[in-house]
Design a protein around this ligand. Structure first.
Ligand code: GLY
Length: 301
């Protein structure tokens, strides 16, 4: 679906991507700041408790505790920041942005990341307020079925990650945030905060991000591979499709795992490649200079 435009362009994943691109566009009109606009779009999704796989109200780990991961990267200077396993501060993407902009580090995790967020002025969220009534009762039902031996605790429970990519006149930004796999082990970190795994941005190539089973996505270092392919001359469609096909060649089981790669190349071309998902089809939301579009890509089979 490569197509060029004056921009700015914002693309965001899943049905809540509609909220993300609208918020990013609103922020852009006020600030003309690409990075801050992508962060604003991501934070809007994280702050909506009705969205059960990202931010407040996200799916908890197997102890019933929500742990958030997020990352952001700016392609102009490769400045990047990420956080993993935040428990008491949200939106995680704002903490990732502060890591990128206020520290010499790239990644903070666990208690240190929450402490940094509080130092930066983030309001603490009471641990039980991270769950909604719905996600708490889903967790309790899941726990009861595990204890009754009806389901295996190790079985991965899917989740949808918000990825927001931004482009304007060759400038690129990538942001990603998630509560990660449902009922994961405490401390499990997915691809979303891994620079080169869940996201990458380099204005000499473009930007890329991923959603799906994090273990598979960063095993294949997908975002750096998509960006490298664009650096070598592929457009965003060719780069995302090529890397996903290579993942399937390497392990045919990937065809059924629900994996999606998205990218914007240097020229503003958009690419998305997805495999089949078991529960619902993948959708991408696009904003090109204030024109909004919903895209449902055909899965690679
Ligand atoms: N793709 C997000 C995760 O696996 O946590």
């Amino acid at each position: 679906m490569s197509e060029q435009t004056a921009g700015p362009i914002f693309v965001a994943t899943w049905d809540f991507g509609a909220l993300a691109v609208r918020e990013a566009w609103t922020h852009w009109r006020q600030t003309s700041d690409l990075g801050a606009s992508c962060v604003a779009g991501t934070a809007a999704v994280e702050s909506d408790p009705a969205i059960p796989t990202v931010g407040i109200g996200g799916l908890p780990n197997r102890d019933g505790v929500v742990e958030l991961d997020a990352g952001m990267m700016r392609g102009s200077d490769l400045r990047c920041g990420s956080v993993a396993s935040l428990r008491v501060t949200c939106p995680a993407i704002r903490v990732a942005q502060a890591v990128a902009e206020q520290t010499n580090h790239v990644m903070l995790a666990g208690r240190g990341a929450d402490a940094f967020a509080l130092q930066q002025g983030c309001e603490p969220v009471a641990p039980d307020a991270m769950l909604t009534e719905e996600t708490r009762s889903q967790y309790e039902a899941w726990r009861a079925r595990v204890e009754a031996g009806e389901i295996d605790e190790e079985k991965m429970v899917g989740h949808d990650t918000v990825c927001v990519l931004g482009w304007h006149a060759g400038e690129t930004v990538a942001c990603v945030a998630t509560s990660g796999l449902g009922y994961k082990r405490a401390g499990r970190v997915g691809d979303s905060p891994i620079i080169g795994g869940g996201l990458y941005a380099d204005d000499q190539a473009g930007c890329a991000a991923s959603t799906g089973i994090g273990e598979e996505l960063y095993r294949h270092a997908v975002s750096i591979r998509v960006t490298d392919a664009m650096h070598s001359g592929a457009d965003a469609s060719g780069a995302t499709g090529g890397v996903l096909r290579r993942m399937i060649e390497r392990d045919p089981a990937n065809r059924m795992r629900g994996l999606t790669l998205l990218a914007i190349d240097r020229q503003g071309g958009i690419g998305v490649a997805t495999t089949r998902t078991d529960n619902h089809e993948f959708e991408l939301h696009v904003c090109r200079a204030g024109e909004f579009e919903r895209v449902v890509p055909t899965p690679i089979v």
